[in-house]
Design a protein around this ligand. Structure first.
Ligand code: WTA
Length: 651
């Protein structure tokens, strides 16, 4: 746990203008308090178009597997696209696509409907049926969004794998989900370079152990690719030839919409399952209320990649279901220079901007001159997600980007919650730097002590969700037991989020970081166990322990402690060779998992600190990684180990 609430936090009340026109009202809280299920039923009908209305709101009889709106039927893509065209909004821009090289292209809702229908028809031609899983491994851009929506149109759950993940990571995700089709591109542009993507798909399926029959390949960079006529199909040779007519497949509210893999406390990523009706209800409701979206006038921009849950809920589904105009940017914030984001805001007149604390800290480091060189006066609302935001970064965001005019919504949620759970609401909340503040209407949050007793004072404890919510995960793909154990076993009948939290004197919630072996690096979840198993898979490594150490920019950084195998020890002692070995191991982790998992530091140590039962004491390693005095060592099996480690590192 890393964050302490400041003693007397300053608050920032919304301006009269924001207050007057705000979407969210206090009345929402009152309605939800009076009748939580009735509230969500109203929201579901208000925000979505149902093909068949539901009669049952929540069925919790088979807890912890919830059923929401179970006898209702709908289609997610119809709700995100078609119905807006039918309502006469076909000419409204859905996506302003900004390519990294500065080229841009607009997609109206009418165009989106045509292209999604064509993509859906192409998938049908490849044999994709309702219920089949489709893996999507694409760069950020309209084709990724179109691919997701085409799957949703067919009721074929998508499994988007972030383009920064390695072939091995992709392989295990394809295998676990049993995907028969993969949608990818030849490559992607990052930082001005064209990097391969299809190559990873080739490698992921080369072993022949996956069910993949077809790979649909979008040409993004024009780079050379290997081609297998039996498997590979070019997007441009099949999708544009298809009919622009396609009838969306109407599915049950509880039909799975997607699987998204996220890191847990063991090495194997979990396939979090979200279904259609409840997920979309909360996605649309939270998007509109938390970001105060006025779809006819706002230009919204969330910088997340669709490879993460934020990109699912607050790029693809929430904004489109609400008929929003949004910016989709392909590249990095520093291409061609560090003013790129601010230039994009100016170019499109962005009014709502949602990003991660780590990005804000990076921009702070780069300096105010970059944002100051652009006209950001269109901005109204700012948001953050992914980790606790330190008050210093909050205040910088408020002053430099928001000109002290824009409410900042610090939104707490998880892949598993599907949508925002705790956040200020523009027009209602006086915001407080560093605190996510209050649960949204219809959401029940409590803080428990270790024994499961509710804490009501300012003592730090564990965040739990005490009532089911519409967008809650319905399970872990293929692993019911893990679902029960991970979230529902710690405290009977309540959802354990894995985050520490405390109230302040005003009753506002402060998130304190993960309490388990999950790290948060640049807002991305990584498991210590996953990186440890990647390290021990290398010949040189006998044993490894990974910790998340505090880092000024990335929040946490990956720091690995490794014990070398005998035959590599001598090598590491030779002049310069130790450094080479460390570089090799860092590269190895990058190859095994992806660049985001590459350790910042790898320290070669003679021993690891363990308890008598053999559990690695990461707390002590974190002390070393953060250059702190080493804490209590009395529970170590051998208390001299920490001396050995410290001495080894000092020389
Ligand atoms: C952390 C991202 C503090 C938290 C949507 C959570 C946050 C994990 C916040 C989920 C926030 C996310 N304040 N911590 N506003 N938002 N977190 O699944 O530890 O990638 O459990 O979902 O990020 O990460 P995930």
């Amino acid at each position: 746990m890393s964050h302490d609430a400041p003693v007397a936090p300053e608050t920032f009340a919304p301006s009269d203008e924001i207050r007057r026109n705000a979407v969210a009202t206090q009345e929402l809280f009152d309605r939800a308090k009076e009748d939580r299920e009735g509230f969500w039923a109203e929201i579901a009908r208000e925000y979505l178009t149902w093909d068949t209305d539901f009669t049952e709101v929540l069925n919790w009889s088979n807890a912890p597997k919830a059923l929401w709106f179970a006898d209702g039927k709908l289609n997610a893509c119809y709700n995100a696209v078609d119905r807006h065209v039918e309502a006469g909004l076909g000419d409204r821009i859905a996506l302003h696509f900004e390519a990294e090289d500065g080229r841009s292209e607009d997609y109206t809702y009418a165009r989106l409907k045509d292209e999604v229908s064509q993509a859906a028809n192409a998938l049908v031609e490849l044999g994709v049926k309702t219920g089949d899983r489709v893996a999507i491994y694409l760069p950020m851009g309209p084709i990724a969004i179109i691919s997701m929506l085409a799957c949703a149109r067919l009721g074929a759950p998508h499994s988007v794998v972030f383009g920064g993940f390695s072939a091995d990571a992709l392989h295990s995700r394809i295998l676990d989900a049993g995907a028969r089709v993969v949608i990818t591109s030849d490559g992607q542009f990052r930082g001005g370079k064209a990097l391969p993507l299809k190559l990873a798909v080739d490698n992921a399926i080369a072993g022949g152990d996956t069910p993949v029959e077809h790979v649909l390949v979008y040409q993004r960079t024009g780079m050379d690719v290997n081609w297998n006529d039996d498997v590979d199909i070019w997007w441009h040779e099949t999708v544009p030839n298809q009919s622009t007519e396609h009838a969306p497949v109407i599915v049950d509210a509880e039909h799975p919409l997607f699987i998204l893999y996220t890191s847990g406390t063991t090495g194997k990523p979990k396939g979090v399952v979200h279904t259609t009706g409840g997920y979309l209800t909360q996605a649309a409701f939270t998007h509109k209320n938390v970001f105060d979206v006025h779809p006819e006038s706002d230009v919204y921009w969330c910088t997340a990649d669709v490879g993460w849950i934020t990109g699912h809920t607050y790029v693809t589904y929430g904004p489109l279901v609400n008929a929003t105009t949004q910016v989709v940017y392909e590249g990095t914030p520093a291409t061609p220079d560090k003013g790129r984001w601010w230039q994009i805001i100016e170019k499109y007149g962005v009014t709502i901007f949602y990003t991660a604390p780590t990005a804000i800290r990076t921009c702070m480091k780069w300096g105010e001159e970059f944002p100051n060189a652009h006209d950001l006066s269109t901005l109204r609302i700012l948001g953050t997600v992914g980790e606790p935001i330190n008050p210093e970064a909050w205040l910088w965001y408020h002053r430099v980007i928001g000109a002290e005019r824009c409410p900042i919504v610090d939104t707490w949620w998880q892949t598993e919650t599907g949508g925002i759970m705790i956040s200020p609401l523009p027009g209602i909340t006086a915001t407080k730097p560093g605190s996510a503040q209050r649960p949204l209407p219809g959401i029940s949050v409590e803080i428990f002590d270790n024994l499961g007793e509710e804490i009501t004072d300012e003592t730090p404890g564990l965040l739990v969700l005490t009532e089911p919510w519409p967008a809650m995960l319905r399970g872990i793909w293929g692993d019911n037991e893990r679902f029960n154990e991970t979230y529902w076993a710690r405290f009977e009948g309540v959802y354990f989020a894995g985050d520490g939290a405390r109230y302040d004197e005003d009753g506002d919630v402060w998130l304190l970081g993960r309490v388990d072996d999950v790290m948060n690096v640049s807002g991305h979840r990584l498991s210590t166990a996953e990186i440890e198993s990647a390290l021990v898979a290398h010949d040189a490594v006998a044993e490894a322990a990974v910790v998340g150490a505090k880092d000024d920019t990335t929040g946490q950084a990956v720091v690995a402690f490794v014990i070398l195998r005998e035959e590599y020890l001598a090598q590491a002692d030779e002049e310069g060779e130790g450094a080479d070995l460390v570089a090799t191991l860092r590269e190895h982790v990058r190859k095994e998992i992806g660049p985001i998992a590459k350790p910042r530091d790898i320290l070669i140590v003679p021993e690891l600190p363990k308890t008598r039962s053999g559990k690695i004491m990461r707390r002590l390693l974190r002390d070393v990684a953060e250059n702190r005095e080493i804490g209590d060592v009395t529970t170590l099996a051998d208390s001299s180990v920490m001396d050995l480690i410290s001495k080894g590192l000092a020389t």
